[in-house]
Each structure stands twice: as structure tokens, then as C-alpha cells.
Design a protein around this ligand. Sequence first.
Ligand code: SF4
Ligand code: SF4
Length: 341
Amino acid sequence: MGYQMSEKDYGDLVRKLSEDYRIFAPVRKIGEGRFEGTDVVRYDFVTDADEIELEKKSDYPFREFLTPLSETLFYFTEDKVTEAGLDPRPVLIFLRSCDVHALKRIDDIYLKNGRDEDWFYRRRRDLVHLVLIGCTHSYANCFCASMGSNQTDEYAFSIEKREDGCYYSDVKDEKFKTAFEGLKAEKKDVTPSYVTENRTKVTPPDRIPASVYRDKLWDEYDARCIACGRCNFVCPTCTCFTMQDIYYSDNGKVGERRRVGASCMVDGFTNVAGGGQYRRKHGERMRFKVLHKIGDFRAKFGYNMCVGCGRCDDVCPAYISYANIISKVAKASEDAGKEEK
Ligand code: SF4
Ligand code: SF4
């Protein structure tokens, strides 16, 4: 069932939903961008439709609710461990099709990548309902169509503003229908908009021969990449973290344990005892990041981890294009395949 809504209806809907749900959505933060006078779109909790940015693609990912940059997991004393509390109210996350596909990848890592599910992730995940933001056009650097993440039907309801100034929604989850029924919205068949083609196109390789791991193509990034880690922090599929114990007392027996986001591109990520470091060169780190997302993950779960959202390309201060690197890896894989024959 779908609905066509006026701006007022849409505002009433969000207000009504915010009585029962916490709403986590992209918000335009005025003047908080990288350069003076620029804005940034990042996720935050909102209660008003005016706060939600439906037009611009978010610069930062939706996963900040599910995998916060810093999350206290539990508190400990000498003989007792207490899990950190979590607001039990359900959460509505507004996100795009590529992000819904990214969520599937994060679920795989936290819930299906070992014997047990990650308990701390699971309790957050169980609170989440998805609101799909329809994409009426492609954005700079998106290559979602190439990665097969341009369309989804995994959502509770969709929302988008179209050229006629009205808001359109397709409601899949029955329990949200009551929120719409109370509005003056007109019932209509609605299919969420999605892009079928992006200006940036890639063809990820089906197989990456081992020789590509030693290919010279990675050397370029020793100098170009400054190892700032921005590409990791904006990526909706990056899941690496580290642990920090914060001690409240000198004897180290009272404190809290935090899970903190980590970046495979920055110094220290591969440090080991004795001063060792597995990937010192920035090109080696790039190789690890790229091949993890289009090689290793696929070997385990059967599809690519990268969803082609283009955020890493948007944010890189060195103008390094992940999409270009996928094409280089595809070419190197093809050449290596020919040599093998
Ligand atoms: S690829 Fe770009 S964004 Fe990522 S670490 Fe290197 S310089 Fe930073
Ligand atoms: S395009 Fe970049 S930011 Fe987006 S999923 Fe792929 S690697 Fe992550």
C-alpha cells in the first residue's frame, strides 16, 4: 500500500512516529563541513521532519547507531561485570538502498562470522526498523548499479520527495500502516525511486589471482595515500574495531570496557608485540582494504562487501578513487588470468 502526502502530512507522520520510535536520520549540519562555510550531512536523532535531509546523500554512514565510534560494553569491578544499559525504544533508521545492502554486510560480520552472534550488536540490531529513502537520481561517485545495491525491498516503509513537491511512501510493514491511516494522505501505488545507471561504472573481477596481491599497482598509493583513515570512517560496510579498557582506579580493577572504531588505513592498526607492523606501506594497506571488500569477503559470503556508495571517493583528500582501483584490479586479474593459460 502506498501514499501521496503533502508536506504537512509528512511532518505529522514523523511527529507521530517519534512518539513511539527514536528516529535516526541524515541531518544537514550547517557550517560543520570540512571547509569554512560548508555543511556536512551526518546521522543524528530527530523528532521533526524538517531536520531530516532527504535530498543530499549523507557524508557519514547510518551505522553509527549500530556500531558507534565509541561504545561502552560493560563496567567491571574486582568481582562483578555489569553490561552497559541501552535505551530499549525501537529505532527507525532512514537510509538509502545502498545502505540497506550495507546493513546486510554488517549483519554478516557481526552475526554470521563465527560460532556466536555478537551479543552487543544483536541487542542494537533488534531495535532497528528501516525507512528507505528513494533515490530520484544518482550522486557524484555512486556506482551502486555496478555493485547491485541500487534497489531493495527490505524496508518497513519508503519515503521520498518528488518534483511535484509531494512526499511518496510505500508501506510494507503492516504495523506502520496505522500511522499513515490517521493522515489525510491519498492512497496510491508507489514504487520507491531507484537509479538504474551511474556515471561511474565498474566491473568487479570474479576471481583475483594471487599474483595481483604482488602487483605493482599498489605502489602508487605508498605516496598518494596519506593514511588518514577517512575512507574507513565514512564507509557503511567497514566493521573493524579495537578494545579499550578505561580504569577508574590505580589498581586497574575497576573500570569500563569500550569498543572503539578502527581503521585499517591508519598507523597502528597492524601493530604486534615487539614493535612489528604487518602493513607499514600505505599501498599495502590499500591492497588489504580493497581486496577485503571485493575479494576476501566474497570468498566467505558469496558477494562483494563494497556496495558502491561512493562515500570514500567523496571524502578522500588525495582524490583517490576506489572505483578506479576496482577497475585496475579487474584489469590486473584479467591479465594474470591470460598469463596463467
Ligand atoms: S585512501 Fe584517501 S581517505 Fe583513505 S586513508 Fe588514503 S588518503 Fe585517507
Ligand atoms: S564505495 Fe567506498 S565507502 Fe562505499 S561501500 Fe564501497 S568502499 Fe565503502
